[in-house]
Design a protein around this ligand. Sequence first.
Ligand SMILES: Cc1cc2nc3c(=O)[nH]c(=O)nc-3n(C[C@H](O)[C@H](O)[C@H](O)COP(=O)(O)O)c2cc1C
Length: 170
Amino acid sequence: MTKIAIVYGSTTGNTADVAQRIAQALNTPNPIDVLEVSQLSPDQLTLYDFLILGTSTWGSGDLQDDWEYNLRIITPQTIQNKTIALFALGDQQAYSDTFVDGMGILYEHVIAAGAKVIGVWPAKGYEHTHSKASLNDCFVGLALDEDNQAELSQERIDEWCKQISRSIIS
Ligand SMILES: Cc1cc2nc3c(=O)[nH]c(=O)nc-3n(C[C@H](O)[C@H](O)[C@H](O)COP(=O)(O)O)c2cc1C
């Protein structure tokens, strides 16, 4: 049975909260572990077939601190040929030109390490001016804004989980 891990880095708790909400929204009988990236060793990562990685963005377009310190877990040895979905928390009003940049940074690393990324998400309905996580008219994963659009988050989570669930083989 496909083993799933949701791995997140979170400074004030928003991404941690969304990681739990994604675990609940995934409609699958597969076991799901929700793990903080700072607690994870590279060896542990190899135990999972399907990874969902979440980060917030800090500074001006920087990856969340725990991810920054633990990016070394993302290597060809740990994730090559695995299927990965990404999600991110950001603030499109105060940080309009670096909105969810952290997800773009994670994306570059997982692609370089040889993983396959699924779960792109339409950028319609967001008001940012620039994002490193943009891919044509989409984001490379689910973008959420608990600072300005919290009321839209659950619907977005449910829809995205429905989409990525199709790629999880029981
Ligand atoms: C000092 C500071 C810098 C931030 N920089 C960015 C940024 O560059 N881009 C962005 O999209 N969000 C930015 N944010 C917003 C956070 O990413 C957002 O509040 C997020 O929900 C925090 O999630 P966390 O509690 O899981 O870390 C920033 C917030 C603060 C307070």
